[in-house]
Design a protein around this ligand. Structure first.
Ligand code: NI
Length: 169
């Protein structure tokens, strides 16, 4: 089921998500919904808080569904390694219409559980490293604007407030 995606301003997006206990059928359905919602958007990553569920789960698929092996599901992910730095433009499904250049690690390694409860490790450079950090941030209640310097952040937040006042957010 495609679920509505929360946008900047919703407090759930700014709260750290709760760890997943056991992987119940409800959790599996949640993951299915996250994947469907991500593909429909379309986007390359989605974290559970973005659809209003405070759970430490994210999905990433750089192929947006074109490559069946490209889908990454991470439950209760933890950092293993992060190194280097890259500066590229990025966006977020919770901030439609906005982009910014955000510093991210050049290489990132994350370990967590897959949807069957098996431990797995994902290593990425470039766009995947960026996506891993972006989604890990969501689980800690942080959006890409929170990684920007004051003036750049304020500019986006002001524009969002203006859109919200006009009923367009
Ligand atoms: Ni995002």
């Amino acid at each position: 089921m495609i679920r509505p995606i929360l946008r900047l301003g919703d407090t759930l997006l700014q709260s750290p998500a709760e760890p997943v206990g056991t992987i119940t059928p409800d959790i599996e359905r949640l993951i299915d919904d996250m994947v469907e919602t991500m593909y429909a958007a379309p986007g390359i990553g989605l974290a559970a808080p973005q659809i209003g569920v405070s759970k430490r789960i994210f999905v990433i698929d750089l192929s947006v569904g074109r490559d069946l092996k490209a889908l990454i599901t991470m439950i209760n992910p933890e950092w293993v390694e992060r190194e280097g730095m890259q500066l590229e433009e990025e966006g977020c499904l919770s901030l439609p219409g906005f982009n910014a250049t955000v510093p991210r690690p050049a290489r990132a390694v994350v370990r967590g559980l897959d949807r069957h409860g098996e431990e797995h490790t994902v290593e990425g450079t470039g766009l995947l490293a960026r996506a891993l950090q972006h989604e890990m941030d969501h689980l800690d209640g942080r959006l890409f604007v929170d990684r920007l310097r004051g003036i750049k952040r304020d500019l986006i937040v002001r524009k969002v407030r203006k859109l919200a006042r006009a009923g367009k957010w």
